[in-house]
Design a protein around this ligand. Structure first.
Ligand code: T1G
Ligand code: NAD
Length: 694
């Protein structure tokens, strides 16, 4: 924190890199600086600003696991608002959460171009606890204020919807512009303009009812409902009381399991981007053009994600019709973006100008990176990689999008195994944030650094892992799928299993997901994995029967559910129930009711037990990476923190005991507790115990 003077104006600068988080020490220093400036008779106005890349990203999230320490931000904001001299906030970069509330407590706000303001507390399971619920509506109206707090999305301060939030966009240097602004208001004998005293813009009661109805549907999130109630208090009680009530809500939410889980997710996603511990750091090669071989479901999505990142893309297909189809679909994607006014026609044309296509592999010769997304067949991939090895330039990064095959085996098809990694995207690849970055023992650090840099520039989250057989996500998914298919045999119906896991918090149940992705995709992978299953182990061939019956999911109008023409709504299908009853009879299985609790337990514990093996084998270096894979690639509910965070909340001795009892009831063939789980449970530790303290 610094306190400087420019003649009769004091300049208080928050200086706590990287994002000026308002830790206890920062708050204490801020109070001292403000008090000093207020007490100094020579000072006629105060400018409050932040150093580095942001005004402030808000409260220090790391402190939320500790008891709240004074001075509390809510009081500091009040102190600033009560100041007898004008306080002007000079805003730049991110102005988020408590940082935004601090700005709201100032009497005037000047912002640099490009400044973003937001109240993202909801994404941490919280609400603005320092007056934002009362001050923001007074500046931007109830509708915008509620939307900001309920979607948590930062907005450019220059956006029309934030009119009223800032008084001026700085023309030149922010500090100079703000000092000039201060001098102008002093010359105009302006006094402190306290936000709390500004008139409340008329609130249409329908606004609160509409939002209250919408947030009631947000499963596992107590914060949104509290946010609507807190903001509504502005129309029901005086300012001070409403602020105090919101503060109480904030403190209550802070200790909620949902907020603790979401805070774990916040840091887990950041930890996942750290360079793997113990690996020599590498240097990323610059990549301007990427060749994508195989332009089917994944190739098209990957190409769009690369084009969105500003890169040039060469699509390579086996035959002209497939290439034309892919280019048509990519063009249609950008046409739709123009229609939705996300981009304009010129921008579309500029993007598509960076896309070229060919049916000749030679076209990859000048690409800095080659991503293969052809059929999941080792022989096809071998042929492609042998050719790529011959054609691609020496410095090229070579990547495979395989779901289950061994990346090391694929790398061995080339004479440059050090340049090969797996880049496992998730469908739809232009939407899903997650990329499993699979390194082999031969992958060089420069290759890994180049892959991570490429993933980052695509604005995706790269989780570094090793291994094969589905790496992290698909390997755990296979165990969940196994249990879900067994439960179908035993008496459950697809809609029951989906309902149980959706009420647990998954966006979509496993069978609706299977219908979306295509039952044949899961079946082909199951065939690949069948060789891993020991002879004599329980096995279920329901996937084979579905494929044989041409029930492939949405793409054939019927799968585990039936779909009416033009509709994606999954409807229970009596034909599936009949198929299951017939299947159980032939398998000699007496069907029974499978309770939702059993469904959730078997699905989750199957994943958790497999994750313990994955961790023990060093496939990933952090338990939180497993959480991030499922949170960003498989729709695991964020308010549950991820599979291993959830396991730690259950308590590993409890998890172990449940798995042992499943082993007794269902047989140990699939329910042998993973050694790491046993060790941690016996040591009274959790999967995240090894995680360094914040
Ligand atoms: N507290 C503690 N650490 C933070 C932090 C915060 N608020 N924000 C960022 N960091 C760390 C982060 O862990 C990382 O550390 C480094 O800064 C860079 O961040 C009272 C209750 C600002 C948009 O929700 O959204 O105020 O990994 O990698 O991608 O009502 O960080 O380097 O060790 O994310 O450029 C509300 C959270 C708090 C904003 C920058 N504020 N931060 O993104 O960098 S609750 C937020 C972000 C609150 C009040 C309430 C982003 C960012 P490390 P980064 P980035
Ligand atoms: P797809 O069948 O939709 O597309 C594969 C494309 O590769 C086809 O268009 C085919 O014409 C083309 N192709 C085949 N051989 C070729 C060759 N020698 N040269 C050029 N093109 C060739 O399959 P997909 O779903 O996009 O899967 C592709 C890869 O991505 C597979 O390894 C799969 O396991 C993996 N993957 C799929 C998903 C998914 O959800 N579909 C998710 C992650 C990874």
């Amino acid at each position: 924190m610094t306190l400087a003077r420019d003649s009769d104006i004091a300049i208080v600068t928050i200086d706590h890199p990287p994002v000026n988080a308002l830790s206890q020490a920062v708050r204490a220093a801020l109070v001292a600086a403000i008090e000093e400036a207020v007490a100094d008779d020579e000072v006629r106005a105060i400018v409050l600003m932040g150093s580095g890349r942001a005004f402030s990203a808000g409260a220090d999230i790391r402190e939320f696991d500790l008891a709240p320490q004074p001075p509390h931000l809510v009081d500091i904001v009040q102190r600033i608002e009560d100041a007898p001299k004008p306080v002007i906030a000079a805003l730049h970069g991110d102005v988020l959460g408590g940082g935004c509330e601090l700005a709201l407590g100032c009497h005037y706000r000047v912002a640099a171009p490009g400044t973003q303001a937001g109240l993202p507390e909801v994404s941490l399971g919280l609400l603005p606890g320092s007056g934002g619920t009362q001050r923001m509506p007074r500046l931007v109206g109830f509708e915008t204020a509620l939307e900001m707090m309920l979607d948590g999305r930062p907005r450019p301060v220059a956006a029309a919807e934030l009119t009223g939030f800032v008084d001026e966009i700085a023309g030149g240097d922010l500090r100079a512009s703000t000092l000039a602004f201060a001098r102008n208001i002093l010359a105009a004998d302006a006094t402190p303009r306290r936000t709390r005293s500004l008139p409340l813009l008329a609130a249409n009661p329908e606004v609160f009812a509409r939002h209250a109805e919408a947030v009631a549907k947000r499963r596992g999130e107590p914060a949104p409902t509290r946010i609507v109630a807190a903001v509504k208090r502005a129309t029901e009680m005086n300012f001070g009381e409403a602020v105090a009530r919101a503060r109480a809500d904030f403190l209550a939410l802070r200790d909620s399991p949902e907020s603790r889980a979401l805070r774990h997710v916040f840091f887990a996603e950041r930890d996942a981007t750290r360079w793997p511990t113990g690996l020599t750091p590498g240097t990323a090669r610059s990549i301007e053009r990427v060749a994508v071989i195989g332009a089917g479901t994944m190739g098209q999505g990957i190409a769009i994600a690369l084009l969105d990142a500003g890169l040039a893309v060469t699509l390579v297909e086996a035959a002209e019709p497939a290439l034309a189809r892919a280019k048509e679909r990519i063009a249609a994607h950008y046409d739709a973006a123009v229609e939705k006014k996300r981009i304009d026609g010129d921008q579309r044309d500029a993007v598509l100008a960076r896309l070229s296509g060919s049916t000749a592999l030679d076209a990859i010769a000048d690409a800095g990176c080659v991503i293969e997304a052809v059929f999941e067949d080792i022989a096809v991939k071998r042929k492609v990689f042998e050719e790529v090895d011959r054609i691609a330039k020496r410095s090229a990064l070579l990547a495979t999008n395989t779901s289950y095959l061994d990346v090391a085996e694929i790398a061995a098809f080339t004479k440059r195994r050090k340049d090969v990694v797996g880049l496992h995207f998730f469908s739809p690849a232009n939407v899903m944030r997650l990329v499993e970055v699979i390194r082999t023992d031969a992958s060089s650090s420069d290759t890994l650094a180049s892959a991570l840099a490429l993933v980052k520039c695509m604005r995706k989250l790269g989780v570094v892992c090793k291994g094969k057989d589905g790496f992290v996500g698909n390997r755990m998914l296979a165990q969940r799928t196994r249990e879900c298919l067994f439960m179908l045999e035993e008496g459950a119906l697809p809609q029951e299993i989906d309902a149980a896991l959706e009420s647990f918090g998954f966006a979509l149940g496993p069978f609706a997901v299977s219908d979306l992705a295509g039952i044949d995709i899961g079946w082909r992978n199951a065939i690949l994995r069948r060789q891993l299953i020991e002879v004599g182990r329980r096995h279920c061939d329901l996937l084979d029967q579905m494929v044989a019956a041409k029930r492939l999911g949405q793409k054939t109008g019927a799968g585990w559910f039936r779909y009416e023409a033009g509709s994606r709504k999954a409807r229970p299908d009596p034909a599936v129930e009949a198929l299951l009853i017939d299947h159980s009879r032939k398998a000699g299985i007496e069907r029974r009711t499978v309770a939702p609790t059993e469904i959730v337990e078997r699905a989750l514990l199957a994943m958790i037990n497999e994750a313990a093996r994955i961790l023990d084998e060093g496939v990933v270096s952090r338990a939180s990476d497993v959480d991030v894979v499922w949170l960003t690639g498989y729709g695991f509910p964020r308010f549950r923190g991820g599979p291993l965070y959830y396991a730690d909340q259950l308590g590993l001795p409890q998890v172990l005991a449940r798995i042992e009892s499943l082993a007794e009831r269902l047989g140990a063939e699939y329910w042998t507790p993973a050694p790491l789980l046993q060790r941690l449970a016996q040591a009274g530790q959790g999967f995240h115990s090894a995680r360094p303290a914040r």
